[in-house]
Design a protein around this ligand. Structure first.
Ligand SMILES: Nc1nc2c(c(=O)[nH]1)N[C@H]1C(S)=C(S)[C@@H](COP(=O)(O)OP(=O)(O)OC[C@H]3O[C@@H](n4cnc5c(=O)[nH]c(N)nc54)[C@H](O)[C@@H]3O)O[C@H]1N2
Ligand SMILES: Nc1nc2c(c(=O)[nH]1)N[C@H]1C(S)=C(S)[C@@H](COP(=O)(O)OP(=O)(O)OC[C@H]3O[C@@H](n4cnc5c(=O)[nH]c(N)nc54)[C@H](O)[C@@H]3O)O[C@H]1N2
Ligand code: SF4
Ligand SMILES: [Mo]
Length: 694
């Protein structure tokens, strides 16, 4: 017996075939016919079952006792404590003094349950997720430019482009199967990598532009200036489908070649060559990931890329697009259904009609749906510091490792009156800080759906039993609803598939409308289905892109060309802190804070066990640092030890540390994009010191 389901790590959304014995998983292999991965998987996918069997799984609820130790309790005590502590905080400090932080890594059905339970059931106003750390920039950029958060592409575009521009994306290791798809492109595309580091991707690309960190906005604005100046734009497309071209043209005039070269440290020749490559391409696609999103000016940078695609008419045709690649397996689900930054289905909390629509579909009184937006993640953290938020429920994310500036964050966590952490493992940095740990089933131990980067909805199944008393997040939310006293509100939320039907209804009439999907079986038969698929639509093709008719989601059907002046770096280098610290993914075998991938002996052989720092050999020589030597990396917040890894992949004056080691974010500086409030993880100032002795 075997069954196929979508992988639970990255947003590529590969399908894996799980071999079963007595209904339980024994092994897995990539699914051959699935339109996403076509029989391929990366090391994490192959090892996806291993983390389920780890010895540090949370197998029972844990409650911190009077001596400060976490001690096992039953679900009855856990639920009573959860309810009484949070309700007491709300009674004393107001309903909004309890908040939640969720994730892009549970199924959409669970995300929606958490969002509805917390806000409509428990009366919270504030809830955000780790999608803020990751995709908030793209969400805001798309919403403003296209009128809806709608990544336009399908993966086949990687195979149909003749020019592929990858910006701040290390596709080879962060999305290896997408890289495989690109490698199969029969048109011998020019692959352009734009990244300060010579990454695995940059090495494999046709050309690498090693720009100065955070100079992307200047680069793309300057490129627009060159393209417009030379008349290398698609005027017919601009006139028919965009608004704001005259203003954009006036704005970009200030970005002379000299200015762009001075800021980016690219040569005039490189800039002209890039403009020519784009001009000569017939099907040019622009792809970006965290090198763009995690920036103090990420939204405008993403929009500068969107503008390039729009003014050159590279949208809505095969092999084109302004394409943000997502990160987590269900980041796209969280964008539509977490009920955090937007109301269900990409709606707005401040729109009365949309609140009424949701209230009707969910059969809840409309006054249970907040009229105001939640605070963003960093503002929730600030509110804890200010004593306004005193209770926090964290589900499927590990912010005591992954949030920016850990020195502050750990101090702030200590101020909470009550912290609940719901995770697969009791050993995570965040669970270790909790007053109450709720043991959760993981991927493979429950069912539901994920939405991948190309908007494809795919099914996740139960192929293993959760250990001990661990329960699916779905079941935990049901129990919390009962204990809280709002169980009645969730009578229809019987099981994940019943909730999937509610999600279909919530999507109806929205640009993401997938009300034409009947059930999980239909998704399975089709090999996943991309949104939109409205009711009564003809059977969908296996790959579809958006905006083929040139109509965007603004009322006039046109896209907006949006721009703004570049901003100064929040923490620039100086004489005391002369190095720019970059951070990001280290290898294809490591996932984020390593709570899952850290459990696999196979994956452990594919990456260094200890934290390391990539440094340019010239800088190392100057500072007397030998290969593999332990060095002290010092920022204004903290100093950490890391092994020096000498490599020309980083430019002089820059260093890189992978985010998978907990110390990385002790160095980073709390700075945010003002429009998306996404953390700028990828630039702060550090200095290096040699350590005497071992
Ligand atoms: N193996 C593995 N795969 C993953 C993940 C994982 O943890 N492990 N995580 C998943 C998730 S959630 C995400 S969001 C994606 C992230 O996927 P990516 O964004 O591709 O990964 P990162 O390494 O974070 O960042 C990409 C690149 O941005 C570059 N960069 C830094 N600053 C700048 C800049 O100013 N400009 C430009 N142009 N580039 C810059 C960095 O040098 C880095 O090479 O990966 C997903 N896939
Ligand atoms: N310096 C630096 N920091 C970064 C980044 C960077 O590039 N540089 N990247 C940022 C980005 S893009 C992201 S997405 C974040 C990721 O940051 P996190 O979300 O904190 O990272 P994960 O390790 O994926 O944490 C997921 C947690 O959920 C648990 N879990 C997994 N499955 C389930 C489940 O089904 N149910 C429950 N209840 N729990 C589950 C895991 O055990 C783990 O503890 O990190 C961000 N931090
Ligand atoms: S590329 Fe992503 S979705 Fe595919 S197997 Fe690897 S982690 Fe899973
Ligand atoms: Mo991410």
């Amino acid at each position: 017996m075997s069954t196929s389901m979508v992988c639970g790590f990255c947003s590529t959304g590969c399908a894996l075939t799980v071999q079963l014995k007595d209904g339980q998983a024994v092994s897995l292999t990539p699914t051959p016919g699935y339109p996403v991965n076509r029989g391929m998987a990366c090391p994490k996918g192959w090892e996806a079952l291993t983390p389920l069997r780890a010895p540090d799984r949370a197998t029972t609820p844990l409650l911190r006792n009077a001596r400060g130790r976490l001690e096992p309790v039953g679900w009855d005590v856990a639920l009573r404590t959860f309810t009484s502590r949070f309700q007491a905080i709300q009674a004393k400090h107001g309903k909004h003094s309890v908040a939640f932080l969720s994730t892009g890594q549970i199924v959409s059905e669970e995300m929606a349950f958490l969002g509805a339970l917390a806000k409509h059931g428990m009366g919270m106003l504030h809830g955000d997720g780790n999608t803020r750390q990751c995709m908030a920039t793209s969400v805001v950029a798309y919403k403003e430019s296209f009128g809806f958060d709608a990544p336009p592409y399908t993966y086949r575009d990687l195979e149909e482009s003749d020019v592929v521009v990858l910006v701040g994306s290390n596709l080879c290791i962060a999305h290896p199967i997408l890289w495989e798809r690109l490698a199969r492109n029969p048109h011998h595309p020019a692959i352009v990598a734009i990244d300060p580091r010579k990454t695995e991707t940059a090495m494999a690309a046709s050309v690498h532009y090693a720009l100065q960190p955070k100079s992307d906005l200047v680069l793309f604005t300057g490129l627009a200036a060159l393209l417009i100046d030379k008349g290398w734009i698609d005027e017919a497309y601009v006139n028919a489908h965009t608004v704001g071209f005259q203003a954009l043209r006036a704005h970009v005039r200030e970005f002379s070649v000299e200015r762009v070269c001075a800021t980016t440290r690219l040569s005039a020749g490189q800039l002209h060559a890039l403009a020519e490559t784009i001009h000569h391409g017939k099907r040019v696609s622009f792809w970006w990931t965290m090198g763009v999103n995690q920036s103090h000016e990420g939204v405008r940078t993403a929009q500068a890329l969107i503008n390039l695609a729009l003014i050159t008419g590279n949208l809505g045709r095969p092999g084109t697009g302004a394409n943000s690649i997502t990160g987590q397996c269900n980041a796209m689900g969280s964008r539509l259904f977490s009920n955090t930054a937007s109301l269900f289905g990409g709606r707005s909390f401040s729109n009365d009609q949309q609140r009424l629509d949701v209230a009707r579909i969910l059969d809840v009184p409309v006054d249970r749906i907040p009229q105001k937006n939640s605070l963003a993640y960093d503002q929730i953290v600030e509110s804890i510091l200010a004593g306004k938020i005193r209770g926090l429920w964290i589900v499927a994310t590990n912010p005591a490792h992954s949030w920016i500036n850990q020195v502050d964050f750990h101090e702030i966590l200590g101020r909470l009156d009550f912290l609940v952490v719901q995770d697969m493992y009791a050993s995570t940095e965040t669970a270790q800080r909790a007053h109450l740990v709720l043991p959760a089933a993981g991927w493979g131990e429950k069912e539901g759906t994920f939405i991948n980067s190309e908007r494809r909805i795919g099914v996740v199944k139960q192929v293993a039993r959760a250990p001990g008393l661990a329960l699916s997040d779905f079941r935990i939310f049901q129990l919390v609803a009962e204990a809280w006293g709002c169980g009645e509100m969730f009578r229809r939320w019987r099981d994940p598939e019943a909730v999937f039907r509610i999600l279909c209804e919530l999507s109806e009439g929205q640009p993401c409308d997938f009300s034409g999907i009947r059930d999980y079986a239909m998704l399975e038969r089709a090999g996943g289905i991309q949104w939109p698929l409205p009711k009564d639509a003809p059977p969908p093709a296996s790959e579809r892109r958006l905006f083929e008719d040139g109509r965007f989601h603004h009322p006039d059907g046109k896209a907006r060309l949006i721009f703004e002046k570049p901003r100064p770096l929040p923490e620039a280098t100086c004489a005391r802190y002369p190095f720019t610290l970059l951070s990001g993914r280290g290898s294809s075998s490591q996932w984020h804070t390593q709570t899952r991938t850290g459990k696999s002996a196979v994956l452990a052989r594919l990456h260094p066990r200890e934290i390391y720092l990539e440094i340019n050999p010239g800088d190392a020589r100057r500072l007397g640092i030998a290969p593999n030597e332990w060095v002290m990396v010092v920022s204004r917040r903290a100093e950490i030890r890391a092994r020096a890894f000498l490599t020309h992949a980083v430019a002089p004056g820059q260093v890189f540390v992978p985010m998978h080691y907990a110390d990385a974010n002790r160095l980073t500086f709390s700075a945010f994009d003002p429009h998306s409030r996404q953390p700028s993880y990828k630039a702060c100032a550090v200095t290096l010191r040699r350590l005497d002795g071992p």
